[in-house]
Design a protein around this ligand. Structure first.
Ligand SMILES: NC(=O)C1=CN([C@@H]2O[C@H](COP(=O)(O)OP(=O)(O)OC[C@H]3O[C@@H](n4cnc5c(N)ncnc54)[C@H](OP(=O)(O)O)[C@@H]3O)[C@@H](O)[C@H]2O)C=CC1
Ligand SMILES: O=C(O)[C@H](O)COP(=O)(O)O
Length: 496
């Protein structure tokens, strides 16, 4: 039950509090934001609608706490992160239950997300101690015309206050993928969780609180992004923004000040299938890649580009697997659960209707009950259909038949997105050539796109993002370089 046991402090009546100064607080706004359960379509939880004044205080608190935290030994930072990871995993059940109720994530996937998040935090701690524990030592005479009279010591220092904004579909995992690197690098953290997923995030924040992090170091403000978001991202107290979500990120990148940005945005991940592909493997990966969590993954397979000669056989195999997908509530661990909101379901429906009007082959009847949309494979999709280019973020996968590899690569690269892609073939030489030609941050060979494991670099090109995530890259992105140069009166060379 949310807000009970070790989590009882985070709620007041029926409204969850926000967190700053090491305390759970009620907002002076007197307003709350309802979190609608996608399955029941009724209000499940309520969180505070924080005020701008409260954001100002949070930023000041984070700034003060960061100065002290930057003087905390790396091993101590890591120790606290390991504690938080252990507490998070210890309480995976209530946090997972929040995910089930807030974002209709299947129960077992919800538990997996929380455990994966604990593992991510611990890996952050270990990686941070390694990479932040070393710098560079440069000598001047490696540059022409110089004697060895200068020693340059460089180190990675924190940026200051990191603003973390995760999306609804991995509210815990994509929060800690920002929090862990920020903290181990010596930064303080202000988290603005997605409205759908906010209560799971607040429970996660309580785990950091119980681990004993310094007051003011970690803060969590709640409220609709459309209401409080701009005030946060344009706040002068912010020294770095790490955002994951949709087009909102593009708007933020135009409003933010002179601060480092880490943006993971939308995707239209293409799955290119060659004639020599293992079609059983392909079909299994289209199901896993295209329909997991009802397609609400930025790395979902979002368009299949299959050689005409094997298209019929592939579509038949995929349809047979679609028929076996369990559709229903997340509590029953169904494969296909309600999408996150009515607006999302309406958007998906619009794409399906457009495809229908323009002549796509519906391999299944379109069916929807509330936010629950039955899995749909669309064959004979053409480039004039919206589904060929737009990101449904739903259980609908378009198939475009191609007659050459070049045609597949062209469609993939004509997209404004460039997150991931995948190619299925038994010829590794062709796979590498195609991977090199695909303008995406990652190409998976003979498997569906995926961000995990979380220590792999993860980046979007073009409209899919700025910078690179993955634990090591995130830690480095949340630091800057400081140089100290020692000037000697006369040249000296260290002798053996
Ligand atoms: N590349 C990646 O790794 C991922 C990309 N995505 C993409 O995100 C979309 C779906 O996720 P979704 O959560 O709906 O994305 P949104 O962009 O709508 O929201 C992402 C986050 O931004 C917040 N937000 C909204 N408006 C503002 C604002 N003006 N300023 C600051 N923050 C704001 C949201 O808060 P609130 O919920 O209160 O509106 C939420 O926490 C899809 O396009 C998907 O592809 C999603 C996950 C991962
Ligand atoms: O935002 C997303 O959808 C996630 O980055 C996908 O992560 P996964 O590929 O590990 O499920």
């Amino acid at each position: 039950m949310a807000g009970t046991g070790v989590f009882e402090d985070i709620i007041d009546g029926e409204v969850f509090k926000y967190y700053t100064e090491g305390e759970w607080k009620k907002s002076a706004s007197g307003k709350s934001v309802a979190i609608i359960n996608p399955t029941t379509r009724t209000t499940q939880y309520k969180v505070q609608a924080c005020t701008q004044e409260e954001v100002n205080k949070v930023m000041e608190s984070a700034k003060i706490a960061q100065k002290q935290w930057a003087k905390t030994p790396l091993w101590k930072r890591a120790e606290l992160l390991h504690k938080a990871a252990a507490i998070l995993k210890e309480h995976k059940a209530p946090i997972a239950d929040c995910l089930v109720k807030e974002i209709a994530k299947p129960a077992k996937d919800s538990v997996t997300e929380v455990v994966r998040s604990g593992d991510l935090i611990s890996y952050c701690a270990e990686e941070g101690v390694r990479i932040l524990g070393e710098g560079k030592f440069l000598v001047s005479d490696s540059f022409p015309g110089n004697e060895r009279t200068k020693y340059c010591l460089t180190s990675k220092i924190p940026l200051g206050v990191v603003l973390a904004i995760p999306p609804f579909n991995y509210p815990v995992n994509l929060a800690v993928s920002k929090i862990g690197p920020a903290l181990i690098a010596g930064n303080s953290l202000v988290l603005k969780p997605p409205t759908q997923g906010a209560v799971a995030c607040l429970h996660m924040v309580q785990c950091f609180h119980l681990a004993g992090f310094p007051k003011g170091l970690i803060n969590c403000v709640t409220g609709k992004g459309s209401e409080i978001g701009d005030f946060l991202t344009m706040h002068p107290g912010v020294n770095c923004i790490s955002f994951t979500g949709g087009d909102t990120g593009v708007a933020i990148s135009k409003k933010a000040g002179m601060v480092p940005l880490q943006m993971e945005l939308g995707g239209k991940d293409a799955c290119i299938v060659l004639e020599d592909a293992d079609l059983d493997l392909v079909a299994a990966n289209i199901i896993k890649g295209g329909f997991s969590y009802s397609g609400q993954r930025c790395t979902a397979v979002k368009v299949v580009l299959v050689m005409e000669s094997v298209a019929d056989a592939l579509v038949e195999k995929v349809n047979a697997k679609v028929a076996k997908l369990k559709v229903g509530p997340p509590e029953d661990n169904c494969d296909i659960t309600p999408v996150v909101s009515e607006s999302s379901a309406n958007f998906i429906e619009g794409l399906a209707k457009d495809a229908k009007t323009k002549g796509a082959t519906f391999c299944q009847e379109y069916k929807r009950e509330g936010n629950l949309i039955w899995p749909l494979l669309l064959d004979n999709v053409r480039p004039d259909m919206r589904i060929a280019w737009e990101e449904p973020f739903g259980p609908i996968v378009p198939v475009i038949r191609i007659n050459s590899i070049e045609e597949g690569i062209h469609h993939c690269n004509a997209s404004n997105f460039g997150l991931q892609g995948c190619v299925f073939t038994s010829d590794i030489n062709k796979a590498i050539l195609i991977s090199d030609a695909m303008e995406t941050g990652t190409v998976q060979i003979n498997s569906a796109p995926a961000r995990g494991p979380d220590h792999f670099p993860f980046q979007g090109l073009k409209d899919s993002g700025i910078g690179s995530q993955g634990i090591t890259n995130s830690i480095n992105m949340m630091t800057k370089i400081k140089s100290t140069v020692i000037n000697l009166p006369t040249p000296t060379y260290t002798m053996g």
